[in-house]
Design a protein around this ligand. Structure first.
Ligand SMILES: [Zn+2]
Length: 222
């Protein structure tokens, strides 16, 4: 049981870094280094590294932001990286809005689904919905638009520097795990949602209370 660590820094659209293996107290094992490669090349290296052992976890570490904590990739994405790297890599990038004026826009989203997500976004549960726009996501800590890099929201506001694993759900919404947010060191969050009793900001304690209540209800109804 070890972790494959992808440590990288971004320079514009290319990344430089290395992939290595950590396992308990054993010395780290270098697997691959790369310089100025595209995102998909970097992720192809990562996919190759995770093929070696199905018990490995994956940690993403940004070396260009000292205060960003390592992010653990979810098991679903790791499994997909092993079984279908091409699809996995495609799924890790939020599609940027591409408008082809020569063709009629494709109906990629039927309206019932769009209405569905908008309604779901106001519901509280194991996941919290956050707004997406192009390649940006609304930071649930400071409320500013933050970058998305490899399924991670990376807020570069100096006072915030928050990062959290995210999952795109539609072109307008992504989800984060409520428990991840509660595990962050921040004392309040920017979450203007229908379930927020204060309408805009919510303290960690209030969020924790909501989550405890939700968890109790979930257990009671199961
Ligand atoms: Zn922020």
């Amino acid at each position: 049981m070890g972790d494959v660590v992808l440590e990288y820094r971004r320079e514009g659209v290319v990344s430089t870094g290395r992939i290595f293996l950590v396992e308990g107290s054993l010395p780290e094992v270098s697997l691959q280094s790369f310089e100025k490669v595209s995102f998909s090349v970097m992720m192809t290296h990562l996919a190759r590294a995770v093929q070696k052992d199905s018990s490995y976890g994956v940690l993403l570490v940004r070396s260009d932001y000292a205060n960003l904590r390592p992010t653990r990739l979810d098991q679903e994405t790791i499994d997909l990286l092993r079984s279908d790297p091409v699809t996995a890599i495609r799924s890790m990038t939020v599609p940027s809005r591409h408008i082809d004026i020569k063709r009629k826009p494709l109906a990629v989203e039927s309206s019932p689904i769009r209405i569905g997500y908008d309604a779901l976004a106001d519901s509280f549960g194991d996941q919290i919905y956050c707004k997406l726009s192009s390649n940006m996501m609304e930071c649930p800590v400071c409320g500013r638009w933050a970058d998305i890099e490899v399924r991670v929201l990376v807020c570069k506001e100096p006072k915030c520097s928050f990062s959290i694993l995210m999952k795109p759900q539609s072109s307008k919404w992504a989800t984060i795990e409520t428990i991840d947010l509660l595990g962050s060191p921040f004392s309040r969050f920017y979450l203007p949602r229908a379930w927020n009793p204060n309408s805009i900001w919510i303290s960690k304690q209030e969020l924790q209370d909501l989550f405890d209540h939700w968890t109790q209800e979930k257990v009671a109804n199961s």
